[in-house]
Ligand binder design. Structure first.
Ligand code: UD1
Ligand code: MG
Length: 465
């Protein structure tokens, strides 16, 4: 007995009012449909087909290679979409889950429970339902006098007594394949929307239909507009943060921390408010991150400190520090204990162990050796207007304040540069590079200038008389 899944994702999602197909909108950094695919994977589904249609190329481009794709050229309704998908599903799958691409909160465990429930007795179908006070736009589950599911009525087709029903269709079903294929042939579009409703299969399928009521209605939430999207984001954020906190991460104000799926954070790390962890970000143990930090696709080692900073594609080794007000761009690597301070931008640059760039600097396309100190206001002039060039600064170097390194250029180990120097030539090991005009001193200048000004004023008065 092999389980397959058909994921319906061909609809436009009119209520989203978007140029993008609904299922590609992201939640915690992942396309909506990917959440459904991950949950199906986690529930042990062997083969999945996604039905695409509206914006097919965009949706297809985001799907993993492991899933099959069926194209529903015209969006004639969920029943039609299921039929198009089923035709592409691996013939070995005799049990078929039909899920909607717009239900991103479904946990894998709940899908697995639905499958177990379906198999607990001979059935043609088992559906997931949930109960709330007001089921809004969801399809209502109408039960017969015996308490069994009789049919599903869409909100737009429902009479007031049906609208008062709090139990709704979550849009997740497990079907016996043969029974599903048979009923899909027999569905029609005689309803308020003129669509072929999959929900009609519940009444018309040949065989018993069971239902599992979700303990937590949130798990069954569908996204139809931006308000639903935000509600699902909030729910996913809470899940992701809870998982991190249970793993030993401290968050003094969890609601002010944003985490994307796949981010990992080590224990005893503190995430202060205003921390955003995005993409493929990994953070080690015992770090202090935030307040006000955005970290994207970066790796931060153990015991690092990052405050008021933006990091993208950066890599910090153990004990490194960044901020406040630092911007680390792709290719920035801070070796052990290296430090980047206030109003500093780094790009494609390696700072050796213990090296420091404490204030007001741009260091790009550079290699800085260990224990080197870059003075305040230094700039690597890496671009000659046509190409980028590298600056190499050795170990234990001390650069003066306000130096410009015109790349390509090298400064040797243990060298120094004078404040205000524009370094265009290599500085050997242990040498001082200084490149600025010599200062002149004009003795008694101020008194002479004052006297000259007074005389000019006298002459101007005399001229006016
Ligand atoms: C659907 C159910 C409703 C249920 C709700 C749960 C039907 C008729 N109604 O309503 O009972 O309470 O889900 O969230 O099934 N799609 C296609 N092709 C189509 C039409 C839709 O692939 O021709 C896809 C959409 O992309 C979407 C999913 O099917 O992912 C559901 O469609 P949607 O329009 O959101 O249906 P709901 O009104 O939410
Ligand atoms: Mg929907």
């Amino acid at each position: 007995m092999s389980i397959g899944a058909v994921v319906l994702a061909a609809g436009q999602g009119t209520r989203m009012r978007s140029a993008l197909p609904k299922v590609v909108h992201t939640l915690a950094g992942r396309p909506m449909v990917q959440w459904v695919l991950d949950a199906l994977d986690g529930a042990g589904v062997q083969s999945t087909v996604v039905v695409v249609g509206h914006g097919a190329e965009t949706v297809r481009g985001l799907l993993p290679e492991s899933v099959g794709i069926a194209v529903q050229h015209e969006q004639l309704g969920t029943g039609h979409a299921a039929q198009v998908g089923l035709a592409q599903l691996d013939a070995a799958c005799d049990t078929v889950i039909v899920a909607c691409g717009d239900t991103p909160l479904l946990p894998a465990g709940l899908i697995a429970r639905l499958v177990a429930e379906h198999r607990s007795e001979p059935r043609a179908a088992t559906m997931l339902t949930a109960v709330v006070d007001d089921a809004g736009a969801y399809g209502r589950v109408v039960r017969g006098p015996d308490g069994r599911v009789a049919r599903v009525v869409e909100a737009r087709d429902a009479v007031p007594a049906e609208l008062a029903i709090g139990e709704y269709n979550a849009g997740l079903y497990v079907f016996d394949r043969g029974a599903l294929a048979d009923v899909l042939e027999r569905l029609d579009s005689s309803n308020a929307q003129g669509e072929v409703y999959l929900t009609d299969a519940v009444e018309r399928i040949d065989g018993a239909v069971g239902a599992l009521v979700a303990d937590d209605p949130e798990a069954a939430a569908g996204v139809n507009d931006r308000v639903d999207l935000a509600a699902c984001e909030v729910a996913l954020q809470a899940r992701l943060r809870d998982a991190l906190m249970r793993g030993g991460v401290t968050m003094p104000d969890p609601s002010a921390v944003y985490v994307e799926a796949g981010v990992s954070v080590g224990r005893d790390t503190v995430l202060w408010p205003g921390t955003h962890l995005r993409g493929a970000t990994r953070i080690g143990e015992g770090c202090t991150i935030g307040p006000d930090v955005v970290v994207t696709d970066s790796v931060i080692g153990d015991r690092c400190s990052v405050v008021s900073a933006h990091l993208i594609g950066a890599d910090l080794a153990e004990g490194a520090q960044a901020g406040p007000f630092a911007y680390l761009r792709p290719g920035s690597r801070l070796e052990r204990g290296a430090r980047v301070g206030t109003y500093v931008e780094l790009k494609n640059t390696v700072l050796g162990a213990g090296a420091k760039v404490p204030h007001l600097s741009y260091v790009g396309d550079a290699t800085v050796g260990e224990q080197t100190n870059i003075g305040a206001g230094n700039i690597t002039a890496n671009y000659d207007g046509f190409r980028k060039h590298r600056t190499r600064i050795g170990a234990r170097v001390k650069t003066g304040s306000d130096c410009v390194f015109v790349a390509p250029v090298s400064v040797g180990d243990d060298a120094m540069t004078g404040a205000g120097s524009i370094i265009t030539d290599d500085v050997p090991d242990g040498a001082l590079g200084i490149a600025r005009a010599r200062q002149s001193v004009v003795e008694g200048f101020t008194a002479k200038a004052v006297a000259r000004a007074a005389q000019a004023a006298e002459e101007a008065k005399g001229g006016g008389a």
